[in-house]
Design a protein around this ligand. Structure first.
Ligand code: OSB
Ligand code: MG
Length: 377
């Protein structure tokens, strides 16, 4: 990635760390639990006369990956932000290098690294997609539909197909899979369809997983354990449908090993899970070199995280529709002023100014903040 250094390194003058709570319009149920509201850290970095923003994507409980709101807030407050504030950085790679020795905590690293990208792009007066090296001006999106009774899911599929979404992803779990696929395929024989199991099957479920081969799915997302590439290798060898890895890919070496062992043939890139845009871009580049399709996953982000994701999707190898659908599907009111809405399954790149191209709705943010702290040199 050609990252022109600034003429003068960018000094991080201060950081603000907030926790906000945003109600979800509809509960979102996946195999591991149900989410009713989003609790999320917001990071603001100040320097060079600008502000850079990011959201953290950890959950309250360690139900997706081991990180939690508590652990990621602690790591940002005690470790990552104090290492940045008062110091100067020439580009985001220096942030990635600074945090690389510290094990795990990718979501906490990602939030501060992403805020730096936004700030760094703004100081240069450039949109984030351009400094990331993106090549498209709109991105194709699909939707991820949470677990509901089958008739309700059919209504959801009808609605989103009619809205032009380019792919429908159904959350599944043991006991809620083949009947659902029968019903959806009966009405939508040609729709791009995928399933996401969030790790809830094992190789003992092989008969069900084999049967999924019969539904013309684009891929099966993360059927097996979050830390088990080995079993995915075995499963992929027994299925015709490509496996897509989400939880299993938490670093560039994870992706290298997955591709080398054929543990999956599609990669879900989530910036938060990978520790930031630098690693997300490295995973993207590796997949590009191996001709493996990637797409951008989501964590029910509000407008700041969603805007970051949309900019990332402009990179060349994001050849499958992502989960970065309209903000109004999730929230009655978002934390940014601009509306992040799709039209015919296409999401425009936010472009209100440099960086992530959206404006924080500070008045609203204040009303939903449960804590605010400032980190100074
Ligand atoms: O596995 O992709 C996932 C949401 C929370 C945790 C994990 C996942 C998801 C989603 C939602 O699928 C995607 C979205 O943001 O709409
Ligand atoms: Mg997933």
């Amino acid at each position: 990635m050609a990252l022109a250094p600034l003429r003068d390194p960018l000094v991080i003058e201060s950081a603000e760390l907030r926790l906000i709570e945003l109600p979800l319009l509809h509960p979102f149920r996946i195999a591991t639990g149900t989410m009713y509201r989003k609790v999320m850290p917001i990071v603001v970095l100040r320097g060079g006369g600008q502000e850079g923003y990011a959201e953290g994507v950890a959950d309250v409980l360690p139900d997706y990956l081991p990180e939690t709101i508590v652990s990621s807030m602690m790591m940002m407050r005690e470790v990552f932000l104090p290492q940045m504030v008062g110091r100067a950085f020439a580009n985001p790679h220096e942030i990635e290098r600074l945090f690389r020795p510290w094990r795990d905590h990718q979501m906490a690293k990602a939030a501060v690294e992403m805020a730096f990208w936004d700030l760094w792009a703004k100081v240069q007066g450039l949109p984030l997609w351009q400094v990331l090296g993106g090549t498209r001006d709109q991105v194709e999106v699909g939707v991820s539909l949470g677990i509901k009774p089958i008739p309700d899911t059919l209504d959801d599929v009808r609605l989103h197909v009619a809205q032009g979404y380019r792919r429908i992803k159904l959350k599944v779990m043991p006991g809620h899979d083949l009947k659902l696929l029968d019903a959806v395929r009966a009405e939508f024989p040609d729709t791009h369809l995928t399933v996401d199991a969030n790790c809830c099957y094992t190789l003992a479920d092989l008969p069900v997983l084999r049967a999924m081969d019969g539904y013309g799915l684009d891929y099966i997302e993360q059927p097996l354990a979050w830390n088990d590439l080995h079993d995915h290798v075995r499963l992929q060898s027994l299925l015709a449908t490509p496996l897509c890895l989400d939880e299993c890919i938490r670093s560039l070496p994870d992706c290298r090993k997955a591709l080398a062992s054929d543990a999956g043939r599609v990669i879900n890139i989530k910036v938060g899970r990978l520790g930031g845009h630098v690693v997300a871009k490295q995973v993207h580049d590796l997949c590009l070199a191996h001709d493996v399709p990637v797409w951008c996953g989501g964590m029910l982000e509000a407008g700041i995280g969603r805007a970051h994701n949309i900019h990332l999707c402009t990179l060349e190898q994001f050849s499958r529709p992502g989960d970065t659908s309209s903000s109004s599907r999730y929230f009655a009111r978002d934390i940014v002023v601009e509306k992040l809405e799709t039209s015919d399954g296409l999401m425009p790149i936010p472009a209100n100014g440099a960086g992530i191209g959206v404006t924080m709705d500070w008045d609203f943010l204040e009303t939903i903040s449960t804590s605010v702290e400032t980190i100074r040199p």
